[in-house]
Design a protein around this ligand. Sequence first.
Ligand code: ADP
Ligand code: MG
Ligand code: ZN
Length: 475
Amino acid sequence: MYQAVIGVEVHFELSTETKLFCRCKNSFGEDENTLCCPVCLGLPGAIPVINKRAVEYALKAGLALGCRVNSPNRFDRKSYFYPDMPNEYQTTQAFIPICVNGCVEFEVDGKIKSVGIHEIHLEDDAGKLIHSDGGTRIDYNRAGVPLIEIVTEPGLYSADETVAFLEELRLRMSYLGISDCKMQEGSMRVDVNLSVHKPDEPLGTRTEIKNLNSFRAVANAIKNETERQIKVIENGGVIEQETRRFDDTKGVSTVMRSKETREDYRFFPEPNLPPMYIPVNKIDETRSNLPEFAGDRQRRLCADYGISLADAKIITSDRLIADYFEAVASLCDQREAANRIVRDILQKQNETKIHVTQSCLTAEKLAEIIGIFMSGRISRRTSRQLTDVAFCEPIDIIEYVEKKGLFQIVDEQVISAAIESILCENSSVVDDYKNGKTAAFSYLVGETMKRLKGQASPEIVNKMLGLMLKSNKNL
Ligand code: ADP
Ligand code: MG
Ligand code: ZN
């Protein structure tokens, strides 16, 4: 009878070339403190200059989530003191964020749900503390990296719903190409706010859960926190508004700090950045250039290419794969293209950790392989072997098949001549077959294949042997 109510705050690191307020490179995994300047180190007198690309990315995100755009919008200082923050404030948008009032539809167990987007704001990231035995180091390479924070309304009601929403959100951001969206690397970070109440009563007090670095952790934290809050209330306690940390391996959350109030941050407008005006034509242009998102694309791929919804879902879960599929499918059998990509190519990607678009297997090459396979000139096994090799080396397909002698004999005259001589030489086996010994058939296929050095198309051998045995009743 208690209902969980959830709202999430999701940070995406924007994949711009440079940081939000300076020209330092925005890059992950470089040597510590090599991507820093007076601005992102917060040195006195350094003046921030807004990165136009980051604003464009935030705009794209907002329009992709059905938001209204605030023009002008504005930056504010959020004061707090912590070693990973070289200024004693974060530059964020506390009062007039760039985008507000959106709505996102997503699918859970075949049903369409929706949740409101309260706002999207732009802000700068902090540095990173690196704890080791010798002490703690600080890496400021990440300080000043542009972030968007997407804040939903408290309008999600279960772990499944929340994860489905987050998946949709991640998919949209990756389709926009504005973020790497990698939870393990921190380019997508999720904080969960959760309260419980009885549906006919007002919303309860919420807690905020941080430190969630996978969708699985999000789901576990929601289940865990829902149970914890219900237990507290049923034992006559009250829920404190606090920030909790979730340990996914132990499956428990602990208090990190009691929630600060807004006053603690002493927000005030950033004096070094003017309000940002976003022209109406810029908004219209951005909206009309939004990509076709995964849901629409799934439906179109099913209709246009006749592939299954299951395959379409897998293919559209990566925009680049969907593009790759369409490029391949325009050149060869479409279902076979889907089949190959979903079954062989994705597995190869996992094995090699190389995305197919970064591999040697161009869409043209895969289509060529599928084309020769469909014509019967190579076996399925050979075609698999070819995709394997062509993924890693820039081979010429036809040349390779010729050199390795992988072409199948499909010439029916050649095959029937071979069958004829095998039938003559094995008249007792033919008799066995006529007397109902089905194993005799496979024996004759085997002998024919042997005669043709294993290079004949087994489908054609099977088909022709059947026909010849039937027509040669009195052989
Ligand atoms: P703050 O300004 O303190 O961060 P907000 O009102 O902006 O708080 O809300 C932050 C997040 O908490 C939002 O995602 C919102 O949906 C969620 N939230 C607010 N109230 C509740 C509640 N009673 N139960 C669950 N989530 C809530
Ligand atoms: Mg907040
Ligand atoms: Zn810098």
